[in-house]
Design a protein around this ligand. Structure first.
Ligand code: IDP
Ligand code: MG
Length: 179
């Protein structure tokens, strides 16, 4: 009986692994994806529309979006790499304190370009014209999250979205954005 359960459990793990790698296949060139989240302060300050507008107008393509209040457990996993930092606990608390909007955006160099659109981690160091530079003041309330590498984007998108939640769609303006 125990062995039978172990087999089922392993099968589940294998399936999860397979599906997460399928989610992230072929993420190169115009198919590169990044994970963006409007943090609780961004939602409370009614910046959701403005942030989506900036990504849309830039020419990136929205491929997934959800409005939710995240559990501390999920946020601990999301910020796992920062677990030893002194601000980790406060960060998880802040991120779970209200609803957030999680999104996946697609496009050429979307990871690097999004980070430029966000600005520096500390809004005080962010140039005007960037999201954090225009709408934030303190590092502990910096409005928006964006993946810092293609690898992080893969991990974060698989953490926040199921495979079927990533929508494949044809953008009519694509030929006006890419040569
Ligand atoms: P990033 O969001 O620009 O990638 P990270 O270093 O990955 O910056 O930190 C994740 C988040 O942790 C930041 O966006 C910010 O909300 C928070 N954070 C980073 N450094 C500090 C700090 O010194 N004090 C408080 N919160 C911080
Ligand atoms: Mg980061």
């Amino acid at each position: 009986m125990k062995r039978h359960l172990a087999v089922i459990e392993n099968r589940g793990k294998r399936r999860r692994k397979e599906s997460s790698s399928r989610v992230t296949e072929g993420w190169t060139g115009v198919n590169e994806r990044t994970f963006i989240a409007v943090k609780p302060d961004g939602v409370q300050r009614k910046l959701v529309g403005e942030i989506i507008r900036r990504f849309e107008r830039k020419g990136f393509k929205l491929v997934a979006m959800k409005f939710l209040q995240a559990s501390e457990e999920q946020l601990k996993e999301h910020y796992w790499e920062l677990r030893e930092r002194p601000f980790y606990k406060g960060l998880v608390k802040y991120m779970s304190s209200g609803p957030i909007v999680v999104m996946a955006w697609q496009g050429l160099d979307v990871v690097k370009t999004s980070r430029k659109m966000l600005g520096e981690t500390n809004p005080a160091d962010s140039l005007p014209g960037t999201i954090r530079g225009d709408y934030g003041v303190e590092v502990g309330r910096n409005v928006i999250h964006g993946s810092d590498s293609v690898e992080s984007a893969r991990r974060e998108i698989s953490l926040w979205f199921k495979e079927h939640e990533l929508v494949c769609w044809e953008e009519s303006s694509e030929h006006w954005i890419y040569v």
